[in-house]
Design a binder for this molecule. Structure first.
Ligand SMILES: Cc1ncc(C[n+]2csc(CCOP(=O)(O)OP(=O)(O)O)c2C)c(N)n1
Ligand code: SF4
Length: 298
């Protein structure tokens, strides 16, 4: 059953161990609400491996398999292949669910292989922009200007000066049948994209914006507002890559990077000039995305 377009059944019960305002939990909640009970999930070491609690006291009501850090996509591929061999008639969705470290750094080879082989899996990267479970170390998806425990602020700087690796470009380069960005601050868009991913014949990749009040250092009640700002600044655009075509789902880029950065402690050391540099990069990436959409529809 759906209430206002959002499936009403819950698959995550109370009793989880996430921090208040954790985005990973919200991403998993909308994901499982949409996919329903015929879902098997596998996860590597990450915050979400700890969040459901340990068997038999887990708060997830679907089967969950733990895998080694680098093997999320390989494990999901194996589950999908095993279900095929068993000849299961009902549709069972297999989801590999990993953080940005487990996806963009350590698990990227397994992800590439699974897409190449064409397994019918949904791979979800919940992107909280650092290795949070082990105390906020920099990953290749940590944004420009952020301080982490491996990019500590010193007299001569120290914070991250590189931009984020673009995972959507990387999976698009594999010509994946379906890839999309989602943000829990836009739940209708989120649910629509997960429904689409489930219906795809072959692999899908979902890149999920995932706030982390503990690591990003802001009050937990601002999570949804921060999510809206991420999309309205163009820092986290909502778009899809489907059958070689790009579609931008939200085009109101009305806010400035400064408005998003000033709310978070991880950026508080930055000067206005540095943030202006980030603004230029965000604008350039946004214009590139508009061009990708234009070129792929011509
Ligand atoms: C091979 C291996 N290396 C390191 C670890 C330690 N470890 C456990 S969770 C974790 C952080 C995972 O970060 P990420 O994938 O970004 O997910 P998050 O914790 O942010 O949710 C690390 C480094 C491990 N379990 N296995
Ligand atoms: S550290 Fe961040 S990602 Fe991990 S449980 Fe806490 S809020 Fe969630």
């Amino acid at each position: 059953m759906k209430r206002a377009g959002i499936p009403s059944e819950e698959f995550i019960y109370s009793g989880h161990t996430a921090c208040p305002g954790c985005g990973a939990l919200l991403v998993a909640r909308y994901l499982l609400k949409t996919l329903g009970k015929n879902t098997i999930m596998n996860i590597p070491p990450c915050c979400f491996a700890a969040i459901p609690g340990t068997f038999p006291d887990t708060c997830l009501s679907i089967p969950l398999l733990y895998n080694a850090f680098e093997t999320t996509a390989a494990t999901a591929s194996g589950i999908e292949a095993a279900l095929k061999i068993k000849g299961k008639k009902e549709k069972i969705t297999v989801v590999g669910f990993a953080g940005d470290g487990g996806t963009a750094d350590i698990g990227i080879q397994a992800l590439s292989g699974a897409i190449e082989r064409g397994h019918e899996i949904i791979y979800v990267c919940y992107d909280n922009e650092a290795y949070m479970n082990t105390g906020m170390q920099t990953s290749s998806l940590t944004p420009m200007g952020a301080t982490t425990t491996t990019n500590p602020i010193g007299k001569k700087g120290g914070w991250r000066v590189k931009t984020k690796k673009n995972m959507m470009d990387i999976v698009a380069a594999h010509n994946i049948p379906y890839a999309a960005t989602v943000n829990p601050s836009y739940p209708f868009d989120f649910v629509k994209k997960i429904e689409k991913a489930r219906s795809v014949k072959g692999p899908s990749y979902i890149h999920a914006y995932s706030v982390c009040p503990t690591g990003w250092r802001y009050p937990p009640e601002f999570g949804l507002e921060l999510g809206r700002l991420a999309t309205e600044t163009g820092i986290f655009p909502l778009y899809e890559f489907e059958n070689e075509r790009y579609t931008i789902n939200y085009k109101k880029k009305t806010k400035r990077v400064f408005e998003y950065y000033k709310l978070q402690g991880r950026f508080k050391h930055l000067t206005e000039d540095f943030i202006e540099e980030v603004q230029k990069i965000v604008d350039k990436e946004w214009n590139k995305l508009l061009l990708k959409e234009k070129c792929s529809t011509e």
